[in-house]
Design a protein. Structure first.
Length: 252
């Protein structure tokens, strides 16, 4: 059936389409009210080297020159950032941060990209927290920042790096104010509305098929099919063997 044929069926069976579609809208509204709104907060850390650089002078009388940490990015900082991202993304770390599977609170730590192969692209650590309340979303970001900084110190202690050369994590973007995320609710409503449209089409064509078949049976009965109301009484009696051929039949 072409497009205009479908439109014609929908208009002809509006008394079926309209209630079905209204029910789908009611279901969509119910889904929208039951799906919880989530809130997200984010922050960005930048790893920097100390002002005196990443190495100690061999001669204490000739210290290293002072360098602006924001101008001293190198490949080592990118590697360090990727190590922190990998460490903060483990299931054990999620449990430690209170982000259990299936819970209301979750967090993500990455370099701004979901591509694992591009982790070491810069000294950046992006943190995003999500929860059912604004305060909980911001709190998880604060906890993850503190834990990331502690992990950075622990890693440097593990390799026995001189404390004067420790890398530090600078909060380039502090935890942002939580924003409401209604994408999940809207996707659920869109799915319910889509099911409603399909259900409306199904009901319209089901009723159309039923009515069409009933009309066809009536038309066949009107053409004189034996056993129907339009067959002459004499023919019916002859068919049943109750009246001899040619017997006149009178109507009362």
């Amino acid at each position: 059936m072409d497009f205009w044929g479908t439109v014609l069926v929908l208009f002809r069976r509006w008394y079926v389409v309209l209630p079905t579609f209204v029910l789908s809208l009611v279901a969509a509204a119910a889904i929208y009210s039951t799906v919880p709104t989530t809130y997200t907060s984010s922050a960005v850390l930048i790893l920097t080297t100390p002002t005196t650089g990443g190495s100690l002078p061999t001669n204490p009388r000739m210290p290293n020159g002072l360098t602006n940490p924001m101008l001293n990015f190198d490949r080592g900082l990118s590697i360090s950032a990727s190590i922190l991202i990998a460490a903060m993304g483990t299931p054990d770390m999620a449990v430690e941060m209170g982000a259990v599977e299936g819970g209301d609170t979750a967090f993500k730590v990455n370099n701004g990209s979901s591509n694992i192969e591009s982790l070491a692209t810069g000294p950046y650590v992006f943190i995003e927290g999500e929860s059912s309340t604004p305060q909980a979303a911001k709190d998880i970001v604060v906890r993850v920042i503190a834990r990331t900084k502690l992990e950075l110190v622990n890693r440097q202690e593990a390799v026995k790096a001189p404390k004067a050369t420790y890398i530090s994590a600078y909060e380039a973007v502090p935890p942002t104010e939580p924003l409401a995320q209604r994408g999940r609710k809207m996707r659920a409503v869109a799915a319910a509305a889509g099911v409603g449209v399909i259900a409306s089409l199904f009901m319209a064509f089901t009723v159309e098929s039923f009515v069409t078949n009933r009309r066809r049976r009536r038309e066949e009965a009107a053409k004189g099919v034996p056993g129907t109301a339009s067959t002459p009484l004499a023919e019916l009696g002859q068919l049943n063997g109750r009246l001899p051929a040619g017997t006149p039949v009178t109507r009362s």
